[in-house]
Design a binder for this molecule. Structure first.
Ligand SMILES: [Zn+2]
Length: 376
């Protein structure tokens, strides 16, 4: 992972780069920011930059033996610590080394998304809450007290440091307080408030911000070969969350399916075909709960997009080609008299289904409301 692979966050990258260039790296750095911003990716890129033997143009070279080791996730002086579930008597992150490498993906490319749900799936989707166990501290202390193998610095990357067991955090504290000269801790978190204050006060904090829609779209376009118009339509609803944007890209066929269902709902609602609306609501009720939520989010977004379509402001209108074709004739049905109520109808239905409401009843009720609103 190179700095140039990070989406947005030029300022955070510049700060880190200067620390390394000036040989003024703090013993503990904390990369923090909302879920879906590339904190883990920056930790990986930082470690690679620290170790690179041929840094140039403000980035690691990607070609020296050290960079190659980094890219194959086998750098001898880089260690990882991350939340896991209990496997044996003394649970440590290494128990899930193979899963971790799969999580990071080839060359670490999947770290850009750091999708916690995907990590849960790799851990076996247990109901247990993954944590960084107390035992982990002994493991870290042992690794960090050995001298570096090949590089000047040993780096420990701890992902989701807020999930550290307090015992682990307290033991680690000593190490962070009195580190050996060649130890660097790179911690990441979505939630600064859940980091033990004693740890927090000993780290230098670097905030990562949400990348812009344009930056995410450029990434989707280059990584997934999606054209820019489509990429912007996928990136915009993610609101700076890279994980969500990638899900949107991976759910491309789902979006198409949702679009068809949205079109069908609007046609039947316009015709006030109650019998067919009932069948339609049963189809959506047949989705898994999460999928029906995603559909309702999609539908509420389409209400917004069609309303905006009428305002002729293409720069804030985010639609796929298929969606904007439909809007040509449909958008006029979403107007200032019904836009708010229509939007609320979808949001309320999503809320009710999330709260374990009977999906068939909730969705049929919603469909009937739509059929009244669409004639307003
Ligand atoms: Zn290099």
């Amino acid at each position: 992972m190179k700095f140039s692979d990070i989406i947005g966050n030029e300022r955070a990258i510049e700060r880190v780069r200067q620390m390394v260039d000036n040989d003024n790296i703090p013993h503990a750095l904390l990369f923090y920011g909302e879920p879906g911003v590339p904190k883990l990716a920056l930790a990986l890129a930082t470690s690679q930059y620290i170790h690179c033997t041929n840094r140039h143009d403000g980035d690691s070279c990607g070609e020296c033996p050290s960079c190659l080791q980094h890219q194959s996730m086998n750098h001898a002086d880089t260690f990882f610590s991350y939340p896991i579930v209990k496997k044996g008597e003394r649970p440590v992150s290494e128990d899930f080394d193979a899963e971790w490498k799969r999580f990071l993906g080839e060359g670490g490319k999947d770290a850009i998304a750091e999708d916690y749900e995907r990590w849960l799936a790799l851990l076996g989707n247990t109901n247990a809450q993954p944590i960084i166990y107390a035992n982990e501290s002994d493991n870290i202390i042992r690794k960090m007290s050995m001298s570096a193998y090949t590089a000047r610095f040993k780096v420990l990357i701890m992902w989701n440091a807020d999930k550290m067991h307090p015992k682990c955090a307290n033991k680690l504290l000593k190490l962070i307080e009195e580190p050996s000269d060649d130890s660097i801790f790179l911690l990441t978190t979505d939630s600064v408030k859940d980091i033990l204050p004693t740890i927090l006060s000993r780290t230098q904090r670097i905030e990562l911000r949400k990348p812009s829609t344009q930056q995410i779209a450029e990434y989707l376009s280059s990584s997934h070969g999606i054209d820019m118009t489509e990429a912007i339509a996928l990136a915009a609803p993610a609101d700076g969350n890279v994980v969500q944007a990638l899900r949107n890209a991976d759910h491309g066929s789902e979006t198409h399916d949702f679009h068809e269902q949205f079109v069908k709902l609007m046609r039947l609602a316009y015709m006030r075909d109650i019998a067919q609306l009932k069948t339609w609501s049963e189809t959506i009720a047949g989705y898994k709960r999460e999928k029906s939520q995603r559909f309702l989010n999609y539908a509420s977004r389409m209400v917004r997009e069609n309303y905006i379509y009428n305002l002729h402001l293409p720069e804030i209108n985010y639609q796929t080609e298929e969606e904007s074709q439909f809007s040509k004739n449909f958008a006029r049905f979403i107007n200032e008299r019904n836009v708010e109520a229509m939007f609320k109808t979808f949001v309320d239905a999503a809320h009710d289904i999330k709260g374990n409401g009977n999906a068939k009843i909730v969705l049929f009720d919603m469909a009937v409301k739509v059929s009244i609103l669409i004639k307003k």
